[in-house]
Design a protein around this ligand. Structure first.
Ligand SMILES: Nc1ncnc2c1ncn2[C@@H]1O[C@H](COP(=O)(O)OP(=O)(O)OP(=O)(O)O)[C@@H](O)[C@H]1O
Ligand SMILES: [Mg+2]
Length: 479
């Protein structure tokens, strides 16, 4: 749930937006002019603004400029009717998050809002590097092992330069978190951060997503479109899963790195862009180069500053620290006191292999906390959470039968008085339900959506909202 502000002089459009977004569980405010929009923003800051560029009175562009002054990182989505795309493009160049053309394609609008919310949260949230008492900070890189100390130093050295950084490491080792930390400690911290997941976007769309296109570049290109890289001008672009990027696009990225300009599809003149590139992959790039899947010249260009995130098994002593950190974080989310770990439980976690690395550890701790029967988490509880679905299914039955669930709801209600306890609880249940549907569907989101009776975009927005990530392989196999 997020606060969204709609600014449009068209009464009907405001209403239909309001209805749509309320149904999605958002809080919506509306304003009929640029002036009123700015007023509304001053009264209370929304998380996303959706604004028409063509309104009587203050122009959309002027309104956008002032909003930018009030909240430089607030994502603003600009709406435009066919024929006024130039204004929308201008707004994007001034830093608007993106623009949409009327009439709207609803799933597309919802997806854009989800992306804008994620981008806003991403830019706002601070990542503390090497926090000794991390539990109170919003997000932190936790770990005191020698291997992680080296990473902190590398972040400190690389962040304030404009150097391209390549982050490598197995799945779940924290590559995205490190990318975020580099961005936030860089000189571009107050400029946009654009995340592009090279596997999540179908190959046919990736090129136009990244580079944009000119009108008539291909069938269906009825108006010019600015790509993500151009939108991130003066900011940072995070190319996640770059090892999976198609060769044709690799060539264009290489050109961007060498010549500092891009070309829109169907465009004739190069457009200079100033972006810093951070890339990440869990692929064996050397092998990909040998097999002709990855350009050697791009590989050399990227690897100048490389950070190799060690698997959890190589971070001696960090596992219990991380477990305590996640326990504190999840407990806070549930308005509970962290129950802590017994020494046996800590030893068990430290000795166990974690093929899914930090992500798997975090999920296990989360599960254990949900089913905790009171008192510090024991080795048995941890084992139960760590070992497969069968055991956790049994535990769930127990939760229902021993009144633990009711007890938890009661504690939420008393702790959450005056806060939005209902929404908080529903979110917790929602996240459990969706996680289960994804498990049953083997990670296939289309099947999970069918199982849940949700539209696919709605499911995707919820996955995003609850931070439920799916492994890359699974998402690639989806659809
Ligand atoms: N050192 C750390 N301290 C605290 N949290 C961490 C740390 N490393 C990872 N995490 C958390 O673990 C989860 C997984 O990390 P992240 O998404 O960055 O992994 P990744 O390397 O990008 O994985 P993938 O290759 O699967 O995309 C995230 O929730 C992240 O915040
Ligand atoms: Mg990642």
């Amino acid at each position: 749930m997020a606060q969204i502000l709609i600014v449009d002089d068209d009464h009907q459009l405001r209403q239909s937006f309001e209805r749509l977004l309320l149904a999605e569980g958002h809080e919506v405010r509306t304003a009929a002019s640029g002036e009123a929009g700015i007023e509304a923003m001053r009264a209370s800051l929304p998380e996303v603004v959706i604004m028409d560029v063509r309104m009587p009175g203050m122009s959309g562009l002027e309104a956008f400029r002032r909003m930018r002054e009030i909240a430089p990182k607030l994502p603003v989505i600009v709406m435009t009717a066919f024929g006024t795309t130039e204004t929308a493009i201008e707004a994007t160049k001034m830093g608007a998050f993106d623009y949409i053309l009327k009439p709207f394609d609803i799933p597309q609008v919802l997806k854009l809002i989800t992306d804008a919310l994620a981008a806003g949260r991403f830019m706002r949230g601070r990542v503390e590097v090497d926090a000794s008492s991390a539990s109170e900070s919003e997000e932190a890189l936790v770990g005191r092992s020698q291997a992680m100390q080296e990473i902190y130093k590398a972040i400190g050295r690389a962040a304030p330069t404009d150097a391209t950084v390549l982050i490598r490491g197995e799945s779940g080792t924290g590559k995205e978190l490190v990318a975020k930390a580099i961005y936030q400690h860089s000189l571009r911290a107050d400029k946009p951060f654009m995340v592009i997941n090279c596997v999540a976007i179908p190959e046919t769309l990736l090129e136009s997503e990244l580079f944009g296109y000119e009108k008539g570049a291909f069938t269906g290109a009825s108006a010019r479109r600015v790509g993500k890289i151009e939108q991130a001008h003066r900011g940072t672009v995070f190319l996640d899963e770059i090892g999976d990027m198609p060769l044709s696009i690799q060539a264009k990225i290489l050109r961007l790195l060498q010549e500092r300009h891009i070309e829109r599809l169907g465009g004739r003149q190069p457009i200079p862009v100033d972006v810093r590139i951070i890339a990440a992959t869990n692929r064996d790039l050397e092998k990909a180069v040998a097999e002709g899947q990855f350009r050697e010249d791009l590989y050399y260009r990227l690897k100048v500053v490389t950070m190799r995130l060690p698997p959890l098994a190589e971070r001696a002593g960090d596992t219990p620290l991380l477990a305590e950190y996640f326990l504190a974080r999840y407990a806070r989310e549930m308005h509970l006191q962290s129950p802590g770990l017994t020494p046996d439980a800590a030893r068990y976690l430290a000795a166990r292999p974690w093929p899914g690395n930090v992500r798997e550890l975090a999920n296990t701790v989360h599960k254990a906390l949900i089913f905790n029967r009171g008192g510090p988490l024991s080795e048995a509880e941890m084992r139960e959470a760590a070992e497969g679905q069968e055991r956790s299914k049994a535990a769930r039955m127990e939760v229902e039968s021993d009144g633990r669930l009711q007890e938890w709801i009661r504690s939420e209600l008393t702790a959450g008085e005056g806060r939005d306890a209902f929404d908080g609880l529903m979110d917790r249940f929602g996240s459990i339900i969706i996680r289960e549907a994804l498990t049953l569907s083997g990670g296939n989101r289309t099947r999970a959506a069918r199982m849940l009776g949700l539209s696919r975009p709605t499911l995707l927005s919820k996955i995003d909202k609850y931070g439920l990530r799916i492994e890359a392989q699974v998402s690639a196999a989806d659809d």
